[in-house]
Design a protein around this ligand. Structure first.
Ligand code: F0G
Length: 468
């Protein structure tokens, strides 16, 4: 934990939690440990009461200076450097593993693959535990410490769990994790074990784990650290600030993210909106969210919106038809009942973006292409490049436009998937519990299987020549 040197005016007295249901509009203090509105049950968000800056250039310079020349220990964190945008006071017990500060890569091969002149990839997999979850977890565990809870819990498809386990360990908190048994990559599960968390494997899917977490949230000793927790969203929104700095404040035309529980898209949408409200940017990038076809409740809803709803002129639907038995090899986003769908959909519509779904084959090939660009990512992250290719083909993204995709997890998060793709053994089963149908193979268009060669120089040279 990093303690701040000079406490200043308390801004948390002004910030508050508010219900996202406009008809309800209930407001709650920051210290109230609730995760959904106690009046109507809707999700909450934090209103930081940010004011329009009369000197945006000075704000930008302040942030740049904090990054280039950190004066406080917390400035080395890509979350806490933006403290003025966050609902925490200067003397908060900041928890950090020096998250954020992730690279923005040019990806020329992926750009060509998508039909674009250029494409940049903001790689959140370069965070301390290898996924984008760390920025949100820094904020959530800091708030957990402030709240006086003793145990932090989450449901997870693997990455939230690894992140919670690490940040809880840093704050000397107990961490308990609910995972769908047999549906989480071994690498992610191993991380949680290594960080010392209590790992509870549940017979059910992620949505079942999430339901249990919402019940556990009533216990005063327990702090829920899923993205339903609005403090997580606050930490995660900082990626929008860091990205704009890396883009020298030139707003990209499109920002594209994967969609699972829809916390990430909510956070990016909030981050860009706050920059706009403060006068730090002049327009929003179009925010588009990509889901896997077998776990795409929001893409389905979006496809059925009226033109007026898409244009933000008519009310958005109140109900989402959930996917009972979600199915995808991108296990991170194998989610049928996303909790933050409403906030995310509003952000997409406000920015004139899209929500679409991509197939398992499209995800697998896009992932290999990102690998060829020397970057790599886990399968869920590759939905972005697969989705951009489709959005270009459909005319929603123009070939010359400035596009940034947010990669959410490191390539080594799911080595089995990667190895199976390249060896030609990747396959997805039908998903039906009693189905006897054989698994459907996924052909690797960019397959790169290892070769067995004789232990001689001539055999190696022959192999090289053949591949050249
Ligand atoms: N990409 C990765 C690598 C993820 O781990 C997740 C979500 C997403 C994308 C989707 O983000 O849920 O904010 O829309 N993983 C969660 C977890 C559910 O438990 O690790 P989202």
């Amino acid at each position: 934990m990093v303690k701040a040197a000079n406490p200043v005016e308390k801004k948390t007295e002004k910030a508050e939690q508010r219900c996202v249901n406009r008809a309800c509009g209930a407001r709650f203090g920051l210290r109230e440990r609730i995760y959904v509105c106690s009046k109507c049950g809707e999700t909450l968000e934090i209103d930081c009461h940010l004011l329009r800056s009369n000197d945006p250039a000075a704000v930008r310079e302040r942030w740049a200076a904090a990054k280039a020349n950190p004066k406080l220990p917390r400035d080395a964190s890509g979350v806490w450097r933006y403290l003025e945008m966050l609902p925490f006071d200067d003397d908060a017990p900041f928890v950090t593993l020096f998250e954020g500060n992730t690279p923005l890569f040019h990806a020329p091969r992926s750009a060509k693959y998508c039909g674009l002149a250029g494409l940049r990839l903001k790689h959140q997999g370069y965070n301390p535990t290898g996924s984008f979850k760390d920025t949100g977890m820094a904020a959530a565990i800091t708030q957990a410490v402030i709240s006086g809870a003793r145990t932090a819990v989450c449901a997870s498809t693997g990455n939230t769990a690894a992140s919670l386990a690490a940040y809880a360990a840093r704050a000397e908190f107990q961490a308990a994790i609910l995972l769908p048994r047999g549906q989480v990559s071994a690498a992610k599960l191993a991380q949680s074990l290594d960080y010392g968390a209590l790992v509870l494997e549940i017979d059910g899917n992620f949505d079942d784990c999430m339901r249990l977490i919402q019940e556990l949230g009533d216990d005063p000793a327990i702090y829920v650290a899923n993205s339903i927790n609005p403090f997580r969203i606050e930490g995660q929104k900082t990626v929008a600030f860091e990205l704009m700095e890396q883009c020298s404040w030139q707003v990209p035309d499109h920002v594209v993210v994967p969609g699972g529980n829809m916390g990430n898209s909510t956070a990016l949408g909030k981050g860009f909106q706050e920059l706009l409200d403060m006068g730090l940017i002049r327009r929003l990038p179009k925010l588009s969210v990509i889901q896997a076809e077998g776990a795409a409740p929001v893409a389905r809803l979006f496809a059925n919106l009226t033109p007026g709803q898409r244009a933000g002129e008519e009310e958005l639907p109140e109900k989402l038809a959930i996917v009972e038995n979600p199915k995808t090899l991108a296990t991170a986003i194998k989610i049928g009942a996303p909790v933050s769908w409403k906030k995310a959909l509003r952000a997409v519509v406000r920015s004139h973006g899209q929500v679409i779904a991509v197939s398992e084959q499209e995800i697998a090939d896009a992932k290999a292409m990102i690998g060829r660009d020397s970057i790599g990512c886990e399968p869920a992250s590759a939905t972005t490049v697969a989705g951009i290719k489709k959005l270009v083909a459909a005319g929603h993204v123009q070939p010359g436009e400035d596009v940034v995709a947010v990669l959410t997890g490191h390539a080594l998060k799911d080595p089995d998937y990667m190895s199976n793709y390249h060896r030609g053994t990747l396959a997805i089963d039908s998903g039906a519990k009693d189905s006897a149908a054989p698994p459907k193979p996924i052909h690797g268009a960019f397959q790169n299987a290892p070769e067995r060669v004789a232990a001689t120089k001539s055999a190696i040279l022959a192999s090289l020549k053949q591949r050249h």
